[in-house]
Design a protein around this ligand. Structure first.
Ligand code: GLU
Length: 452
């Protein structure tokens, strides 16, 4: 029997190899570290997981596609972006994961997101593999016509790699209902197939699921509520800070408010808004979803209760709960220290990997309940899988039914992570619980399916 420390040194050796084999991909290294650091107890306890090659296969994507995306802007100038799709692991089902359109996108970012997605999707229990894609295209300030031409060009290459039984993309940062519409239209035109299950996050009326837009934010709030319940508390009357102002942030605020919490902030790259009365969602939705504007406009139009803080950190605002819902590494060690000083009780990740490893460590040390994104934000991809189920059955469910299923899934993810952490001597450590539980499901399927 190998000891945990022997296993840990094998995993550390593997991490060094990952860094050498994947140079200049710091986000991917970080995501791999975060998972491999917590696996020693399960690998030491279950010898089949120490089988040579298992973890080596897990950290190597099954397939990585990179392609040129040429398109013409409104002035007729040719622009060239780079497109990606990383099909990471299909042991549990077709590759599943979003597309991100943002100037920061590169192969390492997509690999980190795809790697996280494997475990997140496994935790949903819904039979979906892990993948991710996107482009360094920046939709901000682009006209609808430019976004459409970009999406059409992107799909003109991507269509050959995806399919309802192969790989099912969805949205992520910079990809919402508008982009999914243009992408779906081009896929349908090229393939001459009405294959509704090829993309999720579609519009209602042409195959989209009710509650899909809300699912990530709603799910994260349900996960945070479950963590609080574990400590004998609930959401009622708690003050919450939320970062971001996209789809995840908006529906996080909506659910917090519905459950009696006071969500007082939102942000974008220009700064943040703090609103003592609680964020007015109608106004925020109007500015972000209809006008595609910036959050300073919110403060201008809201009146006395709100102010805009240019360039500041939303984590400076005292709160009981923090729900980072913007992007990776947005909550660092200093921010974590400030949150702790202000008495934060729980931090739950709506975005993917928003807290740095140092921040996670500090929060856990201070006894703050910490919900890692791969568990806490799994509601989005879970409802994507429910959208696929509805598409296959050529039916659509009521909002109440989808919401009920979402709530059950989030409760079950919370229980799984909680129980797994206890089983491996890490009570209350949701990071360890999520990583081990997700890993067990994927690793068992990979072992059963042989060396492929
Ligand atoms: N981009 C989302 C995530 O990070 C959703 C993916 C999906 O629905 O496929 O999980």
């Amino acid at each position: 029997m190998t000891t945990r420390s022997e296993t840990q040194s094998t995993l550390d050796h593997l991490l060094t190899e990952i860094e050498l084999r994947n140079p200049a991909q710091p986000e991917f290294h970080q995501a791999a570290h975060e998972v491999l650091e917590t696996l020693a107890p399960v690998v030491a306890a279950r010898p089949e997981y120490a089988e040579p090659g298992l973890i080596e296969r897990l950290v190597e994507p099954e397939r990585q596609v990179m392609f040129r995306v040429p398109w013409q802007d409104d002035q007729g100038r040719v622009r060239v972006n780079r497109g990606f799709r990383v099909e990471f692991n299909s042991a549990l089902g077709p590759y599943k994961g979003g597309l991100r359109f943002h100037p920061s996108v590169n192969l390492g970012v997509i690999k980190f997101l795809g790697f996280e997605q494997i475990f997140k999707n496994a935790l949903t229990g819904l039979g979906i593999g892990g993948g991710k894609g996107g482009s360094d295209f920046d939709p901000h300030g682009r006209s609808d016509a430019e976004v459409m031409r970009f999406c059409q060009s992107f799909m003109t290459e991507l269509y050959r790699h995806i399919g309802e039984h192969t790989d099912v993309p969805a949205g992520d940062i910079g990809v919402g209902g508008r982009e999914i519409g243009y992408l779906f239209g081009q896929y349908r035109r090229i393939t001459n197939r009405w294959e509704s299950g090829v993309l999720t996050g579609k519009g209602q009326g042409w195959g989209g699921s009710l509650i899909r837009p809300e699912a990530t934010g709603y799910g994260n709030v349900l996960f945070a509520a479950a963590m609080l319940r574990e400590r004998g508390e609930d959401l009622e009357g708690q003050t919450a800070v939320v970062s971001g102002s996209g789809n995840v942030a908006i529906y996080t605020i909506e659910k917090l408010t519905a459950l009696g919490a006071n969500a007082v902030t939102c942000s974008d790259s220009s700064g943040y808004v703090v609103d003592e009365k609680g964020i007015d969602l109608d106004l925020l939705k109007q500015i972000k979803e209809v006008e595609r504007g910036r959050v300073d406009a919110y403060a201008e139009r809201r009146g006395a209760s709100a102010r805009f803080v240019p360039g500041g950190s939303v984590w400076d605002v005292p709160a009981d709960l923090a729900l980072p819902s913007a992007t990776q590494n947005e909550l660092d060690e200093n921010a974590a220290a400030t949150l702790i000083r202000n008495g934060v009780k729980a931090v739950s990740e709506g975005a993917n990997m928003p807290a740095t490893p140092e921040a996670v460590h500090l929060l856990q040390q201070a006894g703050v309940a910490f919900g890692p994104g791969k568990a806490a934000n799994a509601g989005g991809v879970a409802v994507s899988a429910l959208e696929m189920a509805q598409n296959h059955a050529r039916t659509s469910w009521t909002a109440a039914r989808v919401e009920e299923e979402l709530a059950d899934i989030m409760t079950s993810i919370h229980t799984t992570c909680h129980e797994t952490a206890e089983r491996y001597d890490a009570p209350g450590d949701y990071v360890t619980g999520a990583n081990i539980a997700g890993f067990e499901r994927v690793a068992d399927a990979m072992l059963a399916q042989g060396v492929i």
